[in-house]
Design a protein around this ligand. Sequence first.
Ligand code: NDP
Ligand SMILES: CC(C)CCC[C@@H](C)[C@H]1CC=C2C3=C(CC[C@@]21C)[C@@]1(C)CC[C@H](O)C(C)(C)[C@@H]1CC3
Length: 380
Amino acid sequence: MAPTQGPRAPLEFGGPLGAAALLLLLPATMFHLLLAARSGPPASLPGLEALWSPRALLLWLAWLGLQAALYYCRRARRAAPGLTLRCGSGFQALVLTALLVGLGMSAGLPLGALPEMLLPLAFVATLTAFIFSLFLYMKAQVAPVSALAPGGNSGNPIYDFFLGRELNPRICFFDFKYFCELRPGLIGWVCWLLYVGDALWHEEAILTTMDITHDGFGFMLAFGDIAWVPFTYSLQAQFLLHHPQPLELPMASVICLINAIGYYIFRGANSQKNTFRKNPSDPRVAGLETISTATGRKLLVSGWWGMVRHPNYLGDLIMALAWSLPCGVSHLLPYFYLLYFTALLVHREARDERQCLQKYGLAWQEYCRRVPYRIMPYIY
Ligand SMILES: NC(=O)C1=CN([C@@H]2O[C@H](COP(=O)(O)OP(=O)(O)OC[C@H]3O[C@@H](n4cnc5c(N)ncnc54)[C@H](OP(=O)(O)O)[C@@H]3O)[C@@H](O)[C@H]2O)C=CC1
Ligand SMILES: CC(C)CCC[C@@H](C)[C@H]1CC=C2C3=C(CC[C@@]21C)[C@@]1(C)CC[C@H](O)C(C)(C)[C@@H]1CC3
């Protein structure tokens, strides 16, 4: 029996119209950026012959199959209280993938041809995201109401297709959202090895992000995870491939330092909150000041989380700047990630604030009073 009513949340992303626009705009932006990175803004739309390649389809399916096999390898792991995931760890998958790619290359696999295949690969990834989201939408029709996400159940098919109806769709032990968020796309974006390695090393921390606990699994995340992340987050590397830039040692050192500062803040803030959420009496966080909330949970009000309300976003943005700087300042394109990511995090921060105000009420207001800045001290 198809569920007609799930938990309801206010419409986001501009409602059905916004969702319909994003369904078209996101893939169009990705293809525009891919073309612009190689030869400047495209004058016309690429023909099907530039987009479609059976070899790219085979390679893409092999990639998804490999990541699914590595995910599924039998190892029951306690991932978070109350949730058991049966999968190999993300970091193991990254290392094994690197080994297999290395072996493949020494056996003569022509991986040098990969940059030329980016466009058809992005095309099959986009097709996969559309087909997969359709499957997820249909699967939600037969899911119990308790499995539906608070957003994504408005009754408008376009909006619900975009946001995703089911919170954590699974078949047996295979958790589609967890798999997509961390494996094929993230590992495919390995040009930022430190960031990708860090995410997979701390993979269980993803279980508390709003993507997993609040958002449904629909086109936005399916496309975001498997197409948007590997093909647009790697834009700076693609740009450098086609427009090599000189980089002197002093500038390289400054960029490494900016990256190190960003990573220090990002990791410090995320680890502090994760440690505190797991065990508030852990000696590393026990001395921090907190605010009690009516739910019984506490909010950190000193340490990283006493500086701004989203110190992890600040660290992430500083790293984003460091990843664009090696491309020089002659083009805007390599700064796309920094600009997009600023917009995404500002929007995400507003969504999180709304959810926290709902969860914690007066205690959240008190936190906002004591920590007035959201992301950047004294600025925002
Ligand atoms: N590269 C990319 O494209 C993206 C990267 N990210 C990164 O992912 C990471 C996770 O981000 P995200 O999931 O958005 O949000 P956060 O990790 O910031 O988590 C927000 C949650 O933390 C808890 N919290 C907030 N303030 C406090 C406090 N003072 N004390 C204790 N707990 C608090 C609340 O949940 P509760 O109380 O329920 O625990 C809140 O809902 C970030 O580093 C972000 O930069 C995110 C999106 C995209
Ligand atoms: C395409 C749309 C405009 C938006 C799609 C958003 C998604 C691409 C992002 C939503 C949250 C994400 C996270 C990461 C990658 C991007 C998406 C999927 C993350 C896995 C990156 C690595 C980090 O260390 C993390 C904290 C694990 C991230 C979690 C959120």
